[in-house]
Design a protein around this ligand. Sequence first.
Ligand SMILES: *Cc1c(COP(=O)(O)O)cnc(C)c1O
Length: 238
Amino acid sequence: MLFRSEIAAVARRYDLWLHVDAAYAGPAAILDECRYVLQGTELADSLVVNPHKWLFTPIDLSALYTRRPEVFRRALALEHAPAYLSAAAETLNKPGAAVNLSDYSVALGRRFRALKLWFVLRYYGREGIAEILRGHMRMAREFAESVQADPRFELAAPVAFSLVCFRLRASDEENRELLARINATGKTFLSSTHLRGQFVLRLAIGNIATTAADVQETWDLISSSAPHQRPPGGVPAL
Ligand SMILES: *Cc1c(COP(=O)(O)O)cnc(C)c1O
C-alpha cells in the first residue's frame, strides 16, 4: 500500500491533482489517537470531509478544503455573467466583502449548510464530539467481537472506525437473503458491498442517538435471522 506522502510525490512529479476523500472517516482525526487518518493530507491539493456522515449533521453538508482555491475560481466563477447576475457578483466581490462561495462551485444559490455544523460544534464541543466518536468506535468493536465469536459469521475487513464489514460463512446468495430479511424488519438498516469478490454486509454506526443497546439488539436480530449453525464443511452432525 502506498502512503499519502508517497502518492503526493508521484502526483507532484506528474503534475496531478491529489484529492483526499475523507468523506466518512475524516472526523476521526478529532481524536488524538486517530489523527493519523489525515497524515500526509498537508501534501494534498484538496480534502473532503462530510459532516453528514459522521459529524451528526443531517444530510447534506460536505466540507471541501483546498490549498488552490484559485483553480476552482478560474473554472467556476461567473466571468461573463448576464447583467441580472453580475450586479450581485460585483457587490459580493468588493474587497473586504464575504467570499462568494458560488464562485467556487457549480450552484449559484446556496443554503447556509454550515449553520448545522456550527450548532453541533457549539453544543457538544471538541471533547463532547470526541466522546461520541469514541463511543461509536467502541460499539463497532463490540459488534465485531460478537461477529467473531459466532462460528457462522466472519469479519470481512479490519474494524478501523465505526464501520463493520462482515458476512455469513456461506454463499453470496445466503448473505443477500439474510440482508433482505434483516432490512425487511424495519428495525435496523444494513448496507452491503463487495470485498475481494464476495458479497459483504456493512453495519455503519454514526447516528448521535445510537446506543450500545441498539447495536446489541441489531446483533441479536442478525444472529436470530441467520441460518442455524452448521458444522464446518457442511458435514451433517451426528
Ligand atoms: C459517502 C462517501 C462519498 C459520497 O459522499 P456524498 O457527499 O454523501 O455524496 C464519497 N466518498 C466516500 C469515501 C464516502 O464515504
